[in-house]
Structures are given as C-alpha cells and as structure tokens.
Design a protein around this ligand. Structure first.
Ligand code: HEM
Length: 376
C-alpha cells in the first residue's frame, strides 16, 4: 500500500459537520501549495493564481484570515445590510421594467442581472461591460474546484486578472456609491488606493463567491413557483417568507461538498481523524438530517420554520459565508416584489441543473411565463 495515498472521509452527520467546521484541528485545503508544485513541474507561470490562493478569504488561514474577516464583519452584518433594502427593491423593479416580453429565463433575464447590479451598488465596483464581467466571474469561481486541468487553470488566471484590474480601476474612480464596500475600506488605508493588491484580491474573492446567490435564487424560485404546490400566492407576504427563507436555503444548496484538511490528529464525537486526511462535508445530506422538519411540511407552507443554525448551506466556523445576511435580504425583497407584481409566474419547463463537479451543482436555465396583476 502507498503510505502517501491521500485518505478522503465523507461527513453526513450535522453535529459532526458543525464540529469539524469550527474545530482548530481542521483547515482549508491548501490550494497555494498544490499550485506551487504544479508551477515547478510544468514551468507554467501561475503567479497570479498562487497569490490569489494565498490572499483570498476562502483559502486564507490564521492571523491574516482573521484580519480580513474583521475588515468585512461590520459591513456585511445583518443590521448593516438592511440599509440596502429599498435600493434592491428599485433594482428589481428596473430589471422587470426593462423586460418587455412575458417569457422570461430566470437566470439570464433576472437573477444574473440582479447579482451584477447588487454588486455594483453594494461593493462599489465600476462595471462597464456587464456580460463580460459575468463571464469572467463564472470562469473564475471554479477556482475552488478540485483537480482542475492546466487549460482550465490558465483560463481562471486570465479571468482573475481581468477582475483584479476591474477592482483596481474602481478604486481610482471618484463617483461611486458612498456607502459601498470600496468606500468602507478606502477609509482604512492610505493613498494611492490602487497599489494594494491584497485588497483587490479580497474584493474579488467576495464578488466571485457572491455569485452563488444567483444560482441559489433560481433553484429556490423553481420551488416557490412550482405548479406542484401553492406557495407563490403566499410568497408576496414578507413575514411568511421571512419565516421560511432559511429553510429553502437549507433544502436547496448549490454547494454539494465543503472540503477541509486535517491539520492535527484528533477524535471528534467518536470519529478518529488523522493529519493530512481530506474531509468532505456532504451539504445536502447533512442538511436533511432527520431531526429537522420534513421537506414536505416546509413546502406545503403550513409549517412555520426558521432554522438559521441547523444547516451548513452557508458553511460554518470561521469560514462561514460572510454574505449570508445580504443574500437573505435580497432573496426576500426580490421574491416578495416578484410575487406581488406577477401573481401568475408559470414555469414553462422544469428546472435544469448540471453538476459542475462533485462539489457544486448549478441551474442552467429556468423558463417562465409571467402575467401582470393588471392582466388578470
Ligand atoms: C445563497 C447565497 C450563498 C450561499 C449558499 C453561499 C455559500 C457559502 C459557503 C457554503 C461558504 C463556505 C465555504 C467553505 O467553508 O469552504 C461560503 C463562503 C464564502 N462566501 Fe458565500 N454564499 C452565498 C452568498 C455569498 C455572498 C452574497 C457573498 C458576498 C457578498 C459571499 C461571500 C463568501 C466568501 C467571501 C466566503 C469565504 C469566507 C471565508 O472563507 O472566510 N457568499 N459561502
């Protein structure tokens, strides 16, 4: 037997998953070490990818990770994100006003434009070519995937370069949203603002991770507007939605697995872990742990359920998703406006999803036909 073979373990239990996510004996997977080795072997210039995998939030660890989280914590807190609510409502109205036909493709006509406009407003970035920006986001976000080919890594590096430059240029612009994230961090650093690559990488890591919002939006929409239940008529009620949004996020995660590396031998809840083992938390299985409310009860809309701490759709521990409150707020605002404006939101085809890898499953399209209140 090869003693260097990597051991993979899968976790399907909620208690164990939560312990692993917060336990100091587990760390994030070291992408930088892998890329450095690859660069050495292939002589390919992976410099930017390596710098990104050292400085982006999702791969950072120790003091530098804590520092980055401190920098963003207040800005993305539940309380702070509520100030964007009215502006998100205006964005939703504008997107629908621009759309002239009754047929809509939810991902490309609605949730992706909502994602781009929200990022421009909340993050304060300048996006001149929205389609190109989106294309680069979709390529760059694959960086968290395991076992990427060299060709794919090259494409990711080009997209990251584009996004880092976009953020760098945005720092130079004067007329961006005063309450935005760029404004927030500009107050903490000295001029010239465009020299801080670490901060540009931090902003890019937030923006690419944030696209999960758009994909999750489409999947939840397919459930809320499904002809199999009568949830759409209730969705316009903000309070009804508020009590259930977390249950939908729990039931329909796009992230299928969260990976961790064992840093130190340990025994947790009677499970032995050894240094260097790789652990994958199976998100949909963990979230459907039988001690929680049944899916049918949630979808029937009779069960009033709010379960913010009983799932791992946003991860957990120190790497827990910092965009959770922002996502919940935008979901609620957008779904409730759509449901009151379009009482008939008929899905014309079932949801299509594709498994990008064993880690991520994303919707490819969701077709719907809309009827305005005044048409009924
Ligand atoms: C429904 C929408 C979203 C879902 C389901 C989601 C899910 C997740 C998950 C599962 C993780 C943990 C990954 C890990 O531990 O390995 C994570 C981390 C992260 N998310 Fe989200 N996310 C969403 C929206 C957002 C938004 C809107 C933002 C930015 C504004 C964002 C930024 C991040 C960042 C930067 C991390 C890494 C944090 C760290 O490692 O310290 N996410 N997200």
């Amino acid at each position: 037997m090869n003693n260097n073979a990597i051991v993979y373990k899968e976790i399907e239990d909620i208690q164990l998953a939560k312990e692993v996510l917060r336990h100091p004996s587990f760390g994030v997977i070291r992408m930088d070490q892998y890329l450095e080795k690859l660069q050495e072997l292939t002589k390919e210039d992976l410099g930017l990818l390596i710098r990104f995998s050292k400085k982006s939030l999702i791969f950072q660890s120790g003091e530098s990770h804590i520092e980055s989280r401190r920098l963003i914590a207040h800005f993305f807190s539940h309380r702070e994100v509520q100030r964007w609510r009215d502006s998100i409502g205006n964005i939703v109205e504008d997107i629908m006003a621009d759309h002239t036909s009754n047929d809509i493709e939810v991902l490309s006509d609605f949730s992706d434009p909502l994602f781009v406009s929200s990022m421009i407003m909340v993050m304060g970035i300048q996006v001149k070519e929205e389609d190109l920006f989106l294309e680069h986001i979709k390529i760059a976000k694959a960086i968290t995937e395991p076992l990427l080919s060299k060709k794919r890594l090259r494409r990711i590096q080009i997209s990251l370069e584009y996004l880092i430059n976009l953020v760098k240029e945005s720092f130079k612009e004067k007329d961006y949203e005063e309450q935005s994230f760029l404004s927030h961090i500009k107050n903490k650093i000295e001029k010239p603002w465009d020299k801080y690559e670490e901060l540009h990488i931090l902003v890019v890591s937030l923006i690419i991770a944030a696209h999960t919002f758009s994909e999750t939006f489409v999947i939840i929409m397919s459930k809320l507007a499904s002809p199999m239940n009568d949830l759409w008529s209730k969705t316009k009620d903000f309070e009804w939605l508020n009590k259930r949004i977390d249950a939908f996020i729990r039931l329909y995660p796009t992230t299928q697995s969260i990976g961790r590396r064992v840093i130190k031998d340990c025994n947790i809840l009677n499970t032995q872990f050894q240094k260097n083992e790789i652990v994958y938390i199976k998100v949909p299985i963990v979230n459907r742990n039988p001690i929680f409310t049944d899916e049918e009860d949630i979808l029937s809309g009779t069960e009033e359920i709010k379960c913010p701490f009983s799932h791992v759709s946003f991860g957990g521990g120190i790497h827990k998703c910092p965009g959770a409150s922002l996502s919940r707020m935008i979901f609620m605002e957008a779904f409730s406006i759509l449901a009151s404006k379009f009482p008939e939101f008929v899905l014309t085809k079932p949801l299509n999803t594709k498994n990008v890898s064993f880690m991520v499953s994303i919707p490819s399209d969701l077709q719907a036909r809309l009827k305005l209140m005044s048409d009924i």
